[in-house]
Design a protein around this ligand. Structure first.
Ligand SMILES: [Zn+2]
Ligand SMILES: [Zn+2]
Ligand SMILES: [Zn+2]
Length: 100
């Protein structure tokens, strides 16, 4: 059986730029549910983790890189929902990332 990708339906203007790195981080652990990069790291759009790439908490208790979440929310496919549980995204009243 031959499988051909006839049409790539891009739902967003960005891509998961994971390169050739191992994608073993697949648990719902300390990784961003959108880009699968650990919270200590930064989203694919940023080069350096830190204040320029903060985390964002939702009322549903999920945490993402703010940039990842904002991009996700900006897509029509998101329907303004959390990408993990599809609940309407409400940003939790919580400050920035805990200092480690
Ligand atoms: Zn992310
Ligand atoms: Zn970022
Ligand atoms: Zn959620």
């Amino acid at each position: 059986m031959k499988v051909t990708v006839k049409h790539w339906h891009a739902v967003a203007t960005w891509r998961w730029d994971t390169g050739t790195d191992q994608q073993t981080i697949d648990e719902e652990g300390d990784v961003c549910g959108i880009c699968r990069v650990p919270y200590e790291g930064c989203c694919p759009s940023c080069k350096m983790p830190g204040d320029d790439c903060p985390l964002i908490w939702g009322e549903c208790s999920h945490v993402f890189h703010m940039h990842c979440l904002l991009k996700w929310i900006g897509t029509a496919a998101s329907k303004q929902q959390c990408p993990m549980d599809r609940r309407t995204w409400v940003t939790a009243e919580r400050k920035v990332a805990p200092t480690r």
